[in-house]
Design a protein around this ligand. Structure first.
Ligand code: GTP
Ligand code: MG
Length: 193
């Protein structure tokens, strides 16, 4: 995949507005502020194509990008405590409806902050993906915030807690670029076979 050809496609506030899949799709899920938008920029080698913010809840819509005939989907994050019940309900509806669509879900990248044990919502998201038999991998984010030693410890602990095959967990940083090439290759495998 030539990631440098990336373009913004469209933004949708409701799953019913999303047109049927026309190509392989890679979707990014995870709690608010975990680094979904940042990791997409890093994959594409772009600074601010996908909007990033230190304020949680930056991404409110389902945003489609396209590179070399593959769609990349930035989804709004979960677990932002300051959100009202109405906003949380909107998130659940939007994400639930999106994954309910009959689409070519080639790969879901489920992001979890390497510094913390997975939250209840992280567990729920991953159980949802397992039960729905979605092809997914777990990308541990913000690895630059830990030493290599701490990374290894946390990675082992998180793998144990999430009960995901070891080969489906990768350690990444959008700051240092750690794990990004590996992630690009995994995406290619799932999208291009
Ligand atoms: P929502 O859109 O709110 O769901 O958040 P998001 O998951 O898209 O997170 P986003 O990419 O906007 O990043 C949130 C914050 O974390 C920003 O301040 C980023 O600069 C920071 N951040 C993201 N990835 C990394 C990383 O790998 N290392 C470090 N140190 N900071 C990161
Ligand atoms: Mg975002």
């Amino acid at each position: 995949i030539n990631y440098n050809t990336v373009k913004f496609v469209a933004s949708y506030g409701k799953a019913s507005q999303i047109p049927p899949s026309t190509c392989p799709e890679v979707s990014f899920v995870g709690r608010s502020n975990v680094g979904k938008s940042s990791i997409m920029n890093k994959i594409f080698n772009r600074r601010n194509l996908v909007k990033v913010s230190s304020t949680p809840g930056k991404t409110a819509n389902v945003n489609f990008f396209e590179a070399d005939g593959v769609h990349f989907v930035d989804l709004p994050g979960y677990g932002f405590a300051q959100r009202s019940k109405g906003e949380r309900d909107r998130w659940a509806q939007l994400i639930g409806d999106y994954f309910d669509l009959d689409r070519s879900f080639n790969l879901v990248v489920s992001l979890v902050d390497i510094r913390h044990d997975p939250s209840k919502l992280d567990h729920q998201m991953i159980e949802f993906l397992q039960e729905g038999e979605f092809p997914f991998i777990v990308a541990l984010t913000k690895a630059d915030k830990l030493s290599r030693n701490q990374q290894a410890k946390q990675t082992a602990a998180i793998k144990r807690q999430l009960n995901v095959p070891a080969k489906n967990v990768i350690v990444t940083s959008s700051e240092s670029g750690q794990g990004i090439e590996e992630l690009r290759e995994i995406i290619e495998q799932y999208c291009l076979g």
